[in-house]
Design a protein around this ligand. Structure first.
Ligand SMILES: NC(=O)c1ccc[n+]([C@@H]2O[C@H](COP(=O)([O-])OP(=O)(O)OC[C@H]3O[C@@H](n4cnc5c(N)ncnc54)[C@H](OP(=O)(O)O)[C@@H]3O)[C@@H](O)[C@H]2O)c1
Length: 432
C-alpha cells in the first residue's frame, strides 16, 4: 500500500480569473469545440472492479470482462480512466445504500421489472483521456485530458473506461497529474452544490461572510476551505487535533478541535456565522444551529440527509415523502424559532462548474489533497483505508499506474510527501 500524503501547492502565475463561480457563471460555461467522429472499437470488454451483490469488502471482484461502455448517444463521451478516487458514498453503495432510488434513476423501467443493477461498478471521480465522442459532442475531441464526477446512477470509474454525457465532463487542469486531478471532482461538485445552491455563496458575495465547516479534514472539507478562501470568506473549521495543521495549511482562519471537551462552548464564544456547512450530521444540528446569525438570511446546509436511507428502508414513495416532510418540518421550525434557513446539500453533475474549478486549480488557489494512492490491483485496500475513517483529504486509485507515475516524475517539485505532524502540515511550492 502506498500511503503517502501528497499536498502540492502551486505558484499562482495565472492571475485574474475571467470567469467566476457565481451562480450564473458556473452553471453553463465553455467554448464550442470541433465536432468529433466516433471511431469504431473492436474491443468489447474491459477491466473493472465490480460488485455482484451488496455487502462488505469481499464483494469487490476484479474482472477483465466488464462490458465496455461505448458511446450510445450523440452527446456522450467515452473516456479512458487514468485515475479514480473513492468516496464515503462508494463504501455505502457497496453495502446497498441508495439501491432503490439509484436503480430507479438508472432505469425507470426497473420499477416494473426485476432487472438487476449488477454487475455494478463503483467509483465517482475520474481523470483520464477522451477516446471517443458522439456526433453532437462539441466541447471535446479524442485525446483531450478530462476530469469528471461520475453520477452514482451511472457505471463508475473503477474501470478502464467510463462513458458520460458531454455536460458531465470538463477539461482537466493542466498543472496537475491525473492522480491529483482525480481527488477533486466529486467533492468539488458536492461542495459547490452545498455552498452555492443551498448556502447562497459565490465569489462576489463571500468576502464579508463568516463560514463554519463542521468536519473540515476530509474530502469535502479540504476542498471547501480552499474554495471559500479563494472567494475571500472567513473560514472556521472543526476537526480532530491532529488535522489542525492540514486545515490551517489550506487557509482555515480558525480551527476548533472537536475532540476537546469544550468545543461547542468555544464555538459559542465566537462571532456568529452566515453559513454552516455540516459534513458530519448526527446530533450536530442540535448544538450548531444556534451558531448562525439570526434573522439575517443565514443558512445551515447539511450533506448528511436521510433521503436514500428512507427510500431504502420504506420504499421509494414512502421514503421520499418521509424525507420531504422531515426537510419541510425542520426548515419551518428553524426559520420560526431561530430565524435561519435549514437546507440539504446534494452532489449534482456539472461539467461547466468543474471548468471553473480547473481554473482555480491552475491558478494555484485549489490544491489537490491526496492522502493515499493505491494501484488498480488494490482497490479493496483503498476501500479498507477509507472505511477506517479519519480521512485527511482523498484516497486515489491509479488505474493507469505507470503513465501517471512518469507524469509526476517528469515535473520536478510538483508533489512532495507531506509533512504532517502535531505541529502542522506543510506543502511545497511548485517551482516553475
Ligand atoms: N449529500 C451528498 O450528495 C453528499 C455528497 C458527498 C459527501 N456527502 C457526505 O458528506 C460527508 C463528508 O464527506 P467527505 O467526503 O468529506 O468524507 P471524509 O473524506 O470521510 O471526511 C470526513 C472527515 O470528518 C472528520 N470527522 C469525523 N467526525 C467528526 C466530527 N464529529 N467533527 C469534525 N470532524 C469529524 C474525519 O476525521 P476524524 O474522524 O479523524 O476527525 C474526516 O476527516 C460524508 O458523510 C459523505 O457521505 C454527501
Amino acid at each position: 500500500m502506498a500511503s503517502t500524503r501528497l499536498l502540492c501547492s502551486f505558484t499562482a502565475k495565472v492571475a485574474g480569473l475571467t470567469q467566476t463561480l457565481a451562480r450564473t457563471g458556473w452553471c453553463r460555461v465553455g467554448c464550442r469545440r470541433h465536432v468529433c467522429s466516433s471511431p469504431s472499437r473492436q474491443q468489447s470488454c474491459m477491466s473493472a472492479w465490480v460488485v455482484d451483490q451488496y455487502g462488505s469488502n469481499g464483494v469487490l471482484r476484479y474482472t477483465e470482462e466488464a462490458t465496455l461502455p461505448t458511446v450510445n448517444s450523440p452527446s456522450e463521451v467515452m473516456i479512458e480512466v487514468h485515475a479514480a478516487s473513492v468516496n464515503p458514498l462508494d463504501i455505502a453503495m457497496r453495502a446497498g445504500y441508495g439501491a432503490k432510488l439509484l436503480k430507479l434513476r438508472r432505469d425507470p423501467a426497473s420499477v416494473m421489472n426485476s432487472d438487476s443493477e449488477f454487475p455494478l461498478i463503483l467509483g465517482r471521480d475520474m481523470s483520464g483521456v477522451v477516446v471517443d465522442c458522439g456526433s453532437e459532442v462539441t466541447q471535446f475531441v479524442p485525446g483531450d485530458e478530462v476530469w469528471a464526477a461520475v453520477p452514482p446512477w451511472k457505471q463508475g470509474s473503477l474501470a478502464q473506461y467510463v462513458t458520460l454525457t458531454e455536460y458531465e465532463v470538463s477539461h482537466k487542469p493542466e498543472s496537475v497529474s491525473h492522480t491529483e486531478a482525480a481527488s477533486i471532482p466529486y467533492v468539488a461538485s458536492t461542495a459547490l452544490s452545498a455552498l452555492v445552491c443551498a448556502g447562497g455563496l459565490c465569489r462576489e458575495n463571500s468576502s464579508n461572510k463568516r463560514v463554519l465547516i463542521i468536519g473540515g479534514s476530509g474530502g469535502v472539507g479540504t476542498f471547501s476551505i480552499q474554495l471559500l478562501k479563494a472567494w475571500g470568506a472567513h473560514v472556521t473549521v472543526t476537526c480532530s487535533h491532529n488535522a489542525e495543521g492540514l486545515v490551517r495549511g489550506l487557509g482555515a482562519d480558525e480551527v476548533v478541535d472537536y475532540t476537546g471537551g469544550d468545543f461547542a462552548e468555544q464555538l459559542e464564544t465566537m462571532e456568529k456565522f452566515d453559513v454552516i456547512l455540516d459534513n458530519i450530521g448526527g446530533d450536530t444540528e442540535e448544538w450548531a444551529m444556534g451558531l448562525l446569525k439570526p434573522w439575517s438570511g443565514a443558512k445551515y446546509t447539511t450533506l448528511v440527509t436521510p433521503l436514500l436511507l428512507n427510500t431504502d428502508s420504506m420504499g421509494l414513495l414512502d421514503g421520499a415523502i418521509n424525507a420531504g416532510v422531515t426537510l419541510c418540518t425542520k426548515a419551518l421550525q428553524e426559520v420560526i424559532s431561530n430565524g435561519v434557513f435549514y437546507r440539504w446539500g446534494f452532489y449534482f453533475p456539472d461539467g461547466p462548474a468543474l471548468d471553473q474549478v480547473a481554473k482555480l486549480v491552475d491558478a494555484g488557489k485549489i490544491l489537490p489533497v491526496v492522502e493515499a494512492q493505491f494501484p488498480f490491483a488494490q482497490v479493496p485496500q483503498a476501500f479498507q483505508k477509507l472505511e477506517h475513517g479519519h480521512a485527511r483529504g482523498k484516497t486515489v486509485v491509479q488505474v493507469v499506474e505507470k503513465e501517471d507515475r512518469l507524469e509526476e516524475e517528469s515535473v520536478q517539485g510538483i508533489c512532495t510527501e507531506a509533512v504532517e505532524s502535531e505541529q502542522g502540515f506543510q506543502g511545497t511550492s511548485k517551482q516553475h
